[in-house]
Design a protein around this ligand. Structure first.
Ligand SMILES: C[S@@+](CC[C@H](N)C(=O)[O-])C[C@H]1O[C@@H](n2cnc3c(N)ncnc32)[C@H](O)[C@@H]1O
Ligand code: SF4
Length: 418
């Protein structure tokens, strides 16, 4: 996974807003837009389809059986075109007009289920409505089992610049616990095929701490990742999400919950192996071989940039206003067919206090760190204690997590905000 585990990064709980019927009935876009913030502008496209549902995943995604006739990739693509055209018109009406799009990220769900031609159509829909910067980063997530050399060649020809593959593990029994359907060797083979098709930027997603995973299993996964020669790795601890099949198994005692100490030692192992191979952390869960290998789209989220999130359940953020789309693909398509409004289910304008909290939460996790000047008096008062505990270091008046601090990043954030 790229670090935005939902369509768009985690956002503060809505405290206000909601789309009034009056707004929906007009041709005006809902929610009320604010001007662009002047930073990078990204587009996230959410593809809500998966061949099967992995037992640990609570993303907004559906199998064909779950959707029945309520939605299909075709109706989704039509609706996506409609949403983008409405959004582009709304952005054009803003005083600053829309800036060029610096990054596009097609995520899911399983974008590779659309095939190379389907993903080319998605990028075409973006281009038909927005101006892509000449050096735009264009990423798609892909499941290893639905890729091939021809798929990657089609994507490269269409203008994609970056591939993110959901590898998770190289151990068969771990993949089985996760309900992943690819064979252990397929992600590395897919990464090679992507590079042979001309992709300089390829990411592999790992999950660590799955019940039944041993240190040796993790080492085998890291061996495979390093053999693949990718320039980016994301590694996430397994989260047992409420409401998932995995959570039910844990509750019934059929699976043990991930152990915090094991998770910490696995993280250290991952960081040591990746660092030794020249992949440096730039966000707590992300490593890159060079600055140009970092995911610019996700950096845009973490740096508080603007983005349009298109597709069912996607979140957007423009000029301090956030909105989130209706989640179900069928309702999403109906909303777009019924009115030329954004398919928002709700919106909020962040207060200064919420913006402050979010800024601290995101910046602390970055290697570039958090300038002391961005902290309020309480936050500054907490720094000495965090330094004494060995959780952060101060470099040129910037707070940066130490190795130990990376294991306890959430606690550092809580201390700075308390
Ligand atoms: C939601 S998926 C979308 C891309 C693609 N379908 C895949 O699985 O790689 C993005 C990433 O999120 C990860 N992910 C989803 N649920 C997770 C969880 N509960 N804990 C840790 N990682 C999770 C997936 O394993 C995957 O690498
Ligand atoms: S393939 Fe990816 S998005 Fe689909 S259910 Fe599995 S983890 Fe979730």
């Amino acid at each position: 996974m790229e670090p935005a585990p939902a369509p768009g990064p985690a956002v503060a709980r809505p405290h206000t807003g909601g789309v009034s019927p009056a707004v929906q009935q007009t041709a005006l876009p809902a929610p009320p837009l604010r001007d662009f913030g002047g930073g990078p502008f990204g587009i996230y496209v959410h593809v809500p389809f998966c061949a099967t549902r992995c037992g640990y995943c609570d993303f907004n995604t559906y199998t064909a059986g779950e959707l029945g006739s309520s939605a299909s990739p075709e109706s989704w693509l039509d609706a996506l075109r409609g949403e983008m055209s409405t959004a582009a018109a709304a952005f054009d009406a803003l005083p600053s007009r829309q800036p060029p799009v610096s990054t596009v990220f097609v995520g899911g769900g399983t974008p590779s289920l659309l095939g190379g031609d389907g993903l080319a159509d998605v990028l075409e829909a973006v281009r038909a409505n927005f101006t892509l910067a000449a050096d735009a980063e264009v990423t798609t997530e892909s499941n290893p089992e639905s890729t091939s050399p021809a798929f990657f060649e089609r994507l490269r020809a269409a203008g994609y610049t970056r591939i993110s593959l959901g590898m998770q593990s190289a151990a068969t029994h771990v993949l089985r616990i996760l309900d992943r359907t690819h064979t252990p060797g397929r992600p590395v083979a897919a990464a090679r095929e992507a590079r042979e098709a001309g992709f300089d930027h390829v990411n592999l997603d790992l999950i660590y701490g799955t019940p039944g995973e041993s240190d040796a299993d993790l080492d085998a996964s890291l061996d495979a990742v390093l053999a693949a020669g990718v320039d980016h790795v994301s590694a996430y601890s397994l989260i047992v999400e409420d409401g998932t099949a995995m959570a039910r198994k844990v509750r019934r005692g059929e699976l043990p919950a991930p152990d915090e100490d094991v998770l910490a030692s696995r993280y250290e192992r991952i960081d040591a192996r990746l660092s030794a191979a020249g992949l440096r952390w730039y966000e707590v869960s992300n490593w890159a071989a060079s600055d140009s290998g970092r995911c610019r789209h996700n950096l845009g989220y973490w740096d508080g940039g603007d983005w349009l999130g298109a597709g069912p359940g996607a979140h957007s953020h423009v000029g301090g206003v956030r909105w989130w789309n209706v989640k179900h693909p069928g309702r999403y398509a109906e909303r777009i067919a019924a009115a030329a409004t954004l398919p928002a289910d709700g919106w909020e304008e962040l207060t200064d206090a919420e913006r402050y909290t979010e800024r601290i939460m995101l910046a602390v996790r970055l290697r570039s760190g958090l300038p002391v000047a961005d902290l309020d008096a309480d936050g500054r008062a907490a720094i000495d204690g965090l330094v004494a505990e060995g959780l952060v270091a101060l470099r040129d008046r910037v707070i940066v997590l130490t190795d130990r601090g990376r294991l306890l990043a959430d606690g550092v954030v809580r201390t700075l905000l308390s």
